[in-house]
Write a protein that binds this ligand. Structure first.
Ligand code: FES
Length: 196
């Protein structure tokens, strides 16, 4: 797979997949979801399914058909570069605002070096979640709810549904851009959608 050094995308992918086209962003999110819920080993996941736009591009065409009905809660917003993301150490987090200035979000970099981002608003009554690096989760200080840092799914506590996920796009130079948002669905719905 060749990477375009200017755009950070696969050369053999359709050109429009590199844009902020909502349909392509949706395909990217489906790929992320698939990657998070398959049974491949974590090592293989780290080595082969990096959350780069290039990986997303290759997978996008294969997931398009089956993913359509999952896209109704996805929204594209103007791309926004997350300052400092490329310098983040594995196991760290930074806060930013997206898509609006008052929408607090968190960017996480896991031990594999992969990035994920979520809106910080707890789905219970709206407190802001905080990253707990010791437990590798996102905790809500108000009623002790907790979310998985990889998926945003509820681990325990009163939150009724996952965190809203920020859709990311990797660009040249290790830049990380926010390009959209996906509303977190109930854990039950996500379990139903999981590949058999
Ligand atoms: S507001 Fe987050 S657990 Fe209640």
């Amino acid at each position: 797979m060749k990477i375009d050094s200017n755009a950070g995308i696969a050369r053999n992918a359709p050109a429009d997949l590199a844009t902020e086209d909502p349909e392509n962003i949706a395909a990217a999110l489906q790929f992320l979801w698939d990657a998070k819920h398959t049974t491949i080993s974590r090592r293989k996941f780290c080595n082969g399914v990096l959350l780069t736009s290039a990986g997303v591009m290759l997978a996008a065409s294969t997931v398009k058909a089956k993913a359509t009905y999952q896209y109704d809660s996805m929204m594209a917003y103007p791309p926004f570069r997350i300052e400092g993301a490329e310098k983040m150490m594995p196991g760290s987090a930074i806060y930013f605002s997206y898509p609006m200035r008052y929408d607090s979000a968190i960017l996480l970099r896991d031990a594999c070096g992969e990035y994920r981002a979520f809106n910080r608003m707890c789905s219970h009554v709206g407190c802001s979640v905080e990253f707990d690096p010791r437990r590798s989760c996102l905790e809500c200080p108000c009623h002790k709810g907790a979310y998985d840092m990889q998926t945003g799914l509820v681990l325990y506590g009163p939150p009724p549904r996952p965190l809203d996920q920020i859709i990311l796009q990797m660009r040249a130079g290790g830049q990380v851009w926010a390009v959209g948002k996906s509303v977190g669905r109930s854990n039950e719905v996500l379990a139903h959608l999981r590949p058999k």
